[in-house]
Design a protein around this ligand. Structure first.
Ligand code: SF4
Ligand code: SF4
Length: 451
């Protein structure tokens, strides 16, 4: 299982630089990021949490150790550094998807956007080697071409997460680069995807965008959220359909549920996720999956991983969002404040926070896989095979771009709002889910999105 899909030129160097970055930071993590915040929550301050199948928290159903057990003592959890920056230059969007979490949470700032200089300052401040530009719809950001150029000049790798609808129109603002990927969100074939985004024609426009980008020489991957209703056979059919365009890999992300959400039927519990992903090996043999092998095993329930949300920090118009891409317990003015004032031990499956109990999303757990936490004999060979033969061969670094994900309820703690001007171009435009989106939010479920 080697070289099945071939290697794009220059990407071995990208893998090497990422590996070097991880090794360097493992050996000498920056001390100013390692200070611990005092825990804000204690288990007995929350309602009692039961693990899966009624097992006490800390003993998960498959016998793997949860994050309150041996994994919680893994020394890597005390060596914090970022791998992927989730950069949200704006939250406005041209779509109004069911229960969009971003539009809901950031409704008061939906017309605001980060100045270009501030985006680039965030890239430098955190230093992550990969930047996932998301939102909202980042292709609505007026200086998106300049932003990509500026990040590439800083030698970072980029995933530009988009719904694909502006690709054809704005493609001329970009140049192909071996460190730059368009990441187009597709949740199924045409009918399913258009239902998910609640507008007919979105799938076709996205496909036109994929075709145009590939024809112009860009790297393009796709991102798919797996919901309770998702038919995994349709996902395989989608990937089969996309083969004709020679896309450069696929990311799969589970939607998930947590105990505090009333409308749980639309979410996936951990058991649901494992059931959905039990066939991921077969999919991975057929198609270029960008999820790392360790994360794929985690999704199948064959391996436990702790949450290392600090590996995937988010920056947006309100500042550094903590603790993670999904939960907002605060926004911090500086990256160092995010790293040192977030009580990381309160989060992750098996910890005291009920919102984390069903979470298996890549923003919390892919960094753990990439960092080799809870590694097994043979992982090195599996990683190499995956890197050479699958989507990893295209993306090298094996870390996920952001995805449209169900969000957990916001629990504001210590919010530090930053001052931003309102965007006159967006104000009153209806962008960002006015109208239909408000109605759709009545579903009670939320998801995050970077299409
Ligand atoms: S879920 Fe994504 S595509 Fe849908 S409205 Fe929200 S930001 Fe836009
Ligand atoms: S919601 Fe998920 S990613 Fe976020 S802190 Fe909890 S377990 Fe980690």
């Amino acid at each position: 299982m080697v070289h099945r899909h071939g290697l794009p030129p220059g990407l071995i160097g990208m893998a090497a630089s990422m590996a070097g970055y991880i090794l360097k930071n493992k050996a000498r993590p920056r001390p100013e990021w390692q200070r611990d915040a005092a825990p804000r929550l204690a288990a007995n301050e929350l309602f009692p949490i039961l693990g899966e199948k009624g097992a006490p928290t800390g003993a998960v159903a498959d016998g793997a150790t949860s994050t309150t057990g041996a994994l919680a003592r893994n020394p890597m959890l005390k060596k914090r550094f970022p791998l992927v920056l989730m950069l949200e230059p704006l939250h406005a969007c041209n779509l109004t998807c069911t229960g969009c979490g971003r539009i809901r949470e950031y409704e008061s700032t939906i017309t605001e956007r980060l100045p270009l200089e501030e985006c680039l300052a965030a890239v430098e401040e955190c230093g992550a080697p990969i930047v996932s530009i998301c939102g909202g719809e980042p292709m609505m950001y007026p200086q998106i071409g300049e932003l990509v150029k500026g990040i590439l000049e800083r030698k970072r790798h980029i995933y530009l997460c988009t719904n694909g609808m502006f690709l054809v129109k704005r493609l001329h603002e970009f140049h192909p680069d071996r460190r730059f990927f368009f990441n187009v969100h597709l949740d199924g074939l045409e009918k399913t995807h258009d239902i998910c985004v609640e507008r007919e024609g979105v799938f076709r426009e996205a496909i036109e965008g994929v075709k145009a980008a590939k024809a112009a020489g860009f790297l393009v991957c796709t991102n798919t959220t797996v919901y309770k209703e998702t038919d995994m056979k349709e996902i395989e059919a989608l990937f089969e359909y996309l083969e004709q365009f020679d896309v450069d890999g696929h990311m799969l992300s589970p939607a998930y549920g947590y105990t505090a959400v009333e409308n749980r039927e639309i979410f996936l519990s951990r058991e649901d996720i494992r059931e959905k992903f039990k066939g991921i090996d077969r999919i991975g043999r057929r198609f270029k999956l960008n999820n790392t092998p360790a994360y794929q095993e985690f999704l199948q329930g064959a391996r436990e991983l702790p949450c290392t949300a600090w590996g995937n920090p988010t920056y947006n118009v309100k500042g550094w969002k903590g603790p993670c891409y999904l939960i907002t317990d605060g926004h911090y003015k500086t990256f160092e404040e995010l790293m040192t004032q977030t009580p990381w031990e309160n989060y992750g499956h098996g910890g005291p926070d009920p919102r984390c109990q069903d979470c298996m999303v890549h923003c919390g757990y892919e960094p753990s896989a990439a960092l080799g936490i809870n590694s097994k004999l043979g992982d090195g060979f599996r990683m190499l095979s995956w890197a050479l033969s699958s989507g990893g061969g295209r993306l090298r670094v094996g870390l996920p771009p952001g995805s449209r994900l169900p969000a957990v309820g916001a629990r504001p703690v210590g919010v530090v709002p930053l001052q931003r001007g309102r965007d006159p171009e967006l104000a009153g435009s209806g962008a960002g889910g006015r109208g239909p989106a408000r109605r759709l939010h009545q579903h009670g479920g939320m998801h995050w999105c970077n299409r």
